[in-house]
Design a protein around this ligand. Structure first.
Ligand code: TMP
Length: 234
């Protein structure tokens, strides 16, 4: 697969065109940002680790009936993916209170949720990705009714699959963010599933094993990603 022009460069990944109009190369960088890029840094080796973690998790959910953009791993930092028309919604699923949910509703971090909580954020850096609801999604024409059904079903299904997958590896899936897109009339899971966009806590110690170590200056960031890689792919 030949790498052609750069299509888009984000905070943690680059998308390149290929010689096939339906396929893109997704390249994982070591760059890390937080708080809408107000904080910037490098997590050494993150791109290599995230490429492997995402490939494994995409393959797992696809095997269990959730279609994704992932095609195959091409190199240490590159995966081949289907070209998506990305839907500008960040879909967050939560099993335990943390992060912005704790702040917004004044709840203690770490409280178990009786059932998963689903949230939507409008993917717009200039606005700081505000929380939105179904009514806003219709108003902004971000996705159709049937598309939202596929997205909501997919998000809950991914949660069930990954909660169990991580649990077997001694990790609590606290919350995570997904992005979906359109490909040939189908809704596919896109973007990435990595410790950049998930909160992962050790099941026994509840130690943070994800990007919150970078966001909150907790140290041992690379070690945490390496441990997730070891448990997920090991
Ligand atoms: P939040 O608690 O800050 O809203 O984050 C919820 C989840 O979404 C958490 O697992 C981290 C992930 N996330 C991203 O992937 N990108 C983002 O820009 C933000 C704010 C959160």
């Amino acid at each position: 697969m030949e790498r052609r022009a750069k299509l888009y460069e984000g905070k943690a990944k680059i998308l390149y065109e290929t010689d096939d109009a339906d396929l893109l190369i997704q390249y994982f960088k070591d760059d890390a940002t937080a708080f809408n890029a107000a904080k910037r840094g490098t997590i050494v080796g993150k791109g290599v680790m995230n490429n492997r973690i995402a490939a494994t998790l995409f393959a797992h959910v696809a095997e269990h009936g959730v279609p994704t953009h992932f095609v195959k791993v091409l190199s240490e930092r590159e995966m081949l993916v289907k070209r998506l028309q990305i839907i500008r919604i960040e879909v967050v699923v939560r099993n335990i209170v943390a992060g912005s949910l704790a702040k917004r509703l004044g709840l203690p971090e770490g409280q178990d949720l009786a059932e998963p909580v689903l949230e939507f954020f409008y993917k717009d850096d200039a606005l700081g990705d505000p929380l939105i609801n179904d009514s806003h999604i219709r108003m902004l024409n971000l996705a159709s009714g049937p598309e939202m059904e596929a997205i909501v079903d997919g998000a809950f299904r991914v949660n069930e699959l990954l909660k169990e997958y991580f649990d077997r590896r001694g990790i609590l899936l606290v919350d995570f963010k997904l992005e979906f897109g359109r490909h040939k009339g189908q809704i596919l899971l896109g973007d990435e599933i990595t410790p950049d966009g998930c909160r992962l806590w050790d099941k026994v110690t509840r130690e943070k094993m994800d990007k919150d170590r970078f966001r909150r200056d907790l140290g041992r960031v690379e070690e945490a990603y390496a441990e997730v890689l070891r448990r997920v792919c090991g």
